[in-house]
Design a protein around this ligand. Structure first.
Ligand code: C2E
Ligand code: MG
Ligand code: MG
Ligand code: MG
Length: 284
């Protein structure tokens, strides 16, 4: 009986693994064609400064609507894009789309805000990234201070390379955000050396801070750390008023989350600007 059970379990695990591999192969196959078939869009989520109650930026987030697979989460396909190198063309498309969209809002007379773009590790270590960004800024006419690159702690493991790369971004006039802060292993002693502007507290810590004292303590500590390092804090994943209240008590600078807005398509962004009474400035 035990043997039979063991056998079934092995079979169960095999079929689980098989299903995973099959899904992986399918995604990779369709991902290869997704760019040329225009299956990606970007959605944008506002970042709201609590002191002035105004939008100070948007984060661009990629969406893939595959005719064959339906909607696939970036959490699932970005790692595959990384492994296969498909992230290079996809990442370039994201950068160009995000910059050109930001520029077009500026041309419509909306207040100038920053556009945050998530970088993957391979992009960050790509020697040609700097040139690529330069030419995208040229092409779109976006000034560099309105482009913000989001990196994660794991990308800075190679401290020397990270420092060099980040310094060259700073010299270009770009902004840098440390995303998902607290979930990786960053050396706090190097954090102060990196030319970073924003520290984004990961949503897993922000979640339920009004009822979870451990999370509240962590968030409070990260905010204090950011203050000392003269970094601006962005709390991610703010979903309700109770959590917002605590963040205000902790003097959190900026928040991003469903409470203010879900990520929306470009066509809905003007409404969001208007909602925050960032009315259009006459553009002449
Ligand atoms: P991230 O950069 O940390 O992005 C924040 C994620 O939290 C987004 O998920 C966003 O939709 C979600 N979010 C925002 N507010 C709330 C909230 O109040 N509650 C909850 N539960 N979630 C909230 P999304 O769009 O599914 O993206 C997941 C991850 O995929 C991103 O995490 C980022 O690491 C990656 N990603 C997305 N777009 C890109 C891209 O263009 N390039 C690269 N390399 N990675 C991307
Ligand atoms: Mg991000
Ligand atoms: Mg994040
Ligand atoms: Mg994340």
């Amino acid at each position: 009986y035990a043997k039979e059970l063991g056998g079934n379990q092995v079979q169960y695990f095999n079929s689980q693994i098989y299903a995973k591999i099959e899904r992986r192969i399918k995604i990779e196959k369709h991902l290869r064609k997704a760019l040329e078939k225009n299956e990606f869009i970007l959605v944008y989520q506002p970042q709201v400064n609590l002191l002035v109650n105004q939008i100070v930026g948007f984060e661009s987030l990629i969406r893939w609507e595959s005719p064959e697979l339906g909607r696939v989460s970036p959490l699932e396909f970005i790692p595959i894009a990384e492994e296969t190198g498909l992230i290079y063309p996809i990442g370039k498309w994201v950068l160009r789309e995000a910059c050109s969209q930001n520029k077009s809002w500026q041309e419509l007379g909306f207040p100038k805000v920053s556009m945050a773009v998530n970088l993957s590790s391979k992009q960050f270590y790509d020697q040609s990234l700097k040139e690529q960004i330069n030419s995208i800024l040229q092409e779109t006419g976006l000034e560099p201070q309105y482009l913000e690159l989001e990196i994660t702690e794991s990308m800075t493991m190679d401290v020397q390379v990270a420092l060099t790369t980040l310094n060259s971004f700073r010299n270009m006039g770009l902004k840098i955000a440390m995303d998902d802060f607290g979930t990786g292993y960053s050396s706090l002693s190097y954090l102060k050396e990196f030319p970073i502007h924003h520290l984004k507290i990961d949503q897993s810590f922000v979640k339920d801070i009004s009822v979870n004292p451990t999370n509240a303590a962590i968030v409070n500590t990260i905010i204090a750390l950011a203050r000392n390092l003269k970094l601006v804090v962005i709390a991610e994943g703010v979903e309700n008023d109770d959590d917002l209240k605590i963040l205000q008590e902790f003097n959190c600078d900026t928040v991003q989350g469903y409470l203010f807005s879900r990520p929306v398509e470009a066509s809905e962004v003007p409404e969001i600007f208007d909602r925050f009474s960032c009315n259009r400035i006459a553009n002449t």
